[in-house]
Write a new protein. Sequence first.
Length: 125
Amino acid sequence: MTPVIEFRLDLNGLEEEARSFLRYLDAEMNEAMRLSGRAIAEEARASHSFQNQTGDLEDSIRGLRVTGRATDGTLAGGAEAVMPYASYVEAWSEYLGTAFVLRSDEIDRRRDDAVENAVFRSGLR
């Protein structure tokens, strides 16, 4: 007869930790998205190439309000310029898109940190 060992994995308690992880993931990703939108806005204000004659357009650049949840695929955020002529300037200089690219490594780090924080806070690690 061949030696055999049988065992079972006990998943008791893991279900609650998994639910906890999802709750924390939503909270952490929401904060990461908020901070990323703020970072894009800061970068756009600092590195734009448009002529800032009155300061109004630059002052109107801000992070968007975060909406949705990461766990259902609806999390959204970003940055915007709210002056009425902002879209014309954006088409000309692409300052928001450039700011996003310049901060993309930071945004990726925030996302990764959010996942790590959710794992830690939920007790999965």
